[in-house]
Write a protein that binds this ligand. Structure first.
Ligand code: LLP
Length: 419
């Protein structure tokens, strides 16, 4: 459920008409709904109930400071993958003690900063990374809290580019090797073993891959306990899918219940950490865009809009499908035409949607749904386009939470040769 609905034929974000936002802030423009973000976050919290848990929002999905701040106020933890994301969480008022640091390529300087602020855990993905972290912590006279990210070799049954839990993927330590690496970690003087981490992919629409991945993780935890290595938490990553079209992913409640039932079967006390990104942010945002031109052809019609692949890369990169709906509902009986909705960028791959039946005129506003996750966060300046404005709606109030980029900002760090 989200808070983007038609009221008297006009699409609203909560109590605010999107047409008004387009007029006020221009297009393309990302619009987020605070109530939707909060609702999605609380769904995870409530799903875990009294079982010890921490919901670490995956910052990569949408790292706008206002989004992070809204979640921080609800007591969210954060899953970060870079120093940049760490600085954003701190700037947004996030609690460093609730941060988990993921990613295969952490640099020593990033480790230092994370140790300095006191993150909850490093999700370590390889032996060299473990050794480097131990050295960095030793230099600082600290203990680094760690989980090893294990790769359970489970097929997440999602798009190959966002599947991460197979042997052939670059992520994690193969499950068969994990016990030996934990033993190695236990011998290191400046790391402290806290948990086991696992993330098998993104946009999962079934429960079974999550449950399949849990089994080897639990078996590993048991084996470690027998060897005197005690695990406090299981970090099961993110990955819960959302509805873009007809998908029916499990709700957080269903997902958590299945996992908790499995833990309760053996009375396992592990704290559960989740790292949801998409499930919290995707349907809490839309990308607002305006039709510039209608180009009607013998074979195809194009609606050329002012948003492009630099604003929303998912369709071009993954052939992802996102709903595109009119901001003003056309009068009943208005005839539609089939259009490819494309941007102004000089690439054939620059499309937002293909073969969409819409009743369009130049100047019409469209909303691309489910754009709150991996939308702005993946935006670029390709074709020297300024990145879009971002707006947060809260009831009837609106806040510009990122001003549209300017050409001066884009060129600020550049210079011409002196001679
Ligand atoms: N934790 C780790 C270690 C991850 O790698 C990811 C996502 C998440 C959590 C959050 O996953 P989520 O709950 O959002 O599925 N750009 C792609 C998605 C890439 C996801 C990468 N990792 C897209 O637009 O579909």
């Amino acid at each position: 459920m989200d808070h983007f609905t038609y009221q008297d034929g006009h699409l609203h974000a909560e109590d605010v008409a999107l047409a008004q936002l387009a007029q006020q802030f221009g297009t393309p423009c990302y619009v987020y709904s605070r109530a939707t973000l909060e609702r999605h976050f609380k769904a995870f919290q409530q799903a875990l109930g009294t079982h010890p848990h921490l919901i670490c929002y995956a910052v990569k999905a949408n790292s706008n400071l206002a989004v992070l701040n809204v979640l921080a106020r609800l007591g969210a933890g954060f899953d970060i993958v870079s120093r940049g994301e760490l600085e954003r969480v701190l700037a947004a008022g996030g609690d460093p003690a609730r941060i988990v640091f993921s990613g295969v390529g952490k640099q020593a300087s990033e480790m230092r900063r994370a140790l300095e602020v006191g993150v909850k855990c490093f999700n370590v993905e390889s032996i060299p990374e473990l050794e480097r972290l131990n050295q960095v912590a030793e230099h600082m006279g600290l203990q680094a809290p760690v989980s090893l990210r294990v790769n359970p070799n489970v097929d997440a049954k999602t798009h190959p580019y966002i599947s991460t839990g197979l042997k052939e993927n670059k992520f994690g330590i193969p499950i068969e090797e994990a016990f030996a690496v934990y033993q190695q970690a236990a011998r290191l003087s400046h790391v402290q073993i806290k948990g086991i981490d696992c993330h098998i992919g993104s946009q999962l629409t079934q429960l079974s891959p999550f449950l399949d991945a849990l089994e080897p993780v639990l078996a590993l935890a048991t084996r470690l306990a027998q060897a005197g290595i005690h695990i406090e938490h299981l970090d099961l990553g993110g990955g819960l899918g959302v509805t873009y079209d007809q998908e029916t992913p499990p709700a957080p409640q269903e997902y958590a219940q299945a996992l908790l039932a499995r833990l309760q079967k053996e009375d396992l006390p592990y704290t559960l950490i989740f790292e949801p990104g998409r499930a919290i942010a995707a349907n809490a945002g839309v990308l607002l865009t305006q039709v510039e031109y209608l180009k009607m052809g013998a074979d195809k019609n194009f609606a050329i809009v002012d948003a492009a692949m630099n604003d929303l890369l998912r369709p071009a990169l993954y052939q992802a499908w996102q709903a595109i709906i009119p901001v003003k509902m056309p009068a009943e009986g208005t005839s539609t035409q089939v259009y490819d909705i494309v941007g102004p960028i000089c690439e054939t791959g620059d499309f937002i949607g293909k073969q969409r039946a819409l009743a369009l005129q130049e100047g019409d506003l469209l909303a691309v749904r489910s754009a709150g996750a991996y939308g702005f966060a993946m935006a670029s300046n390709y074709n020297t386009r300024n990145r879009a404005a971002e707006v947060m709606v809260d009831g009837h109030k609106t806040y510009l939470v990122r001003a549209r980029e300017t050409y001066e900002q884009q060129m600020a760090g550049e210079s011409v040769l002196p001679e």
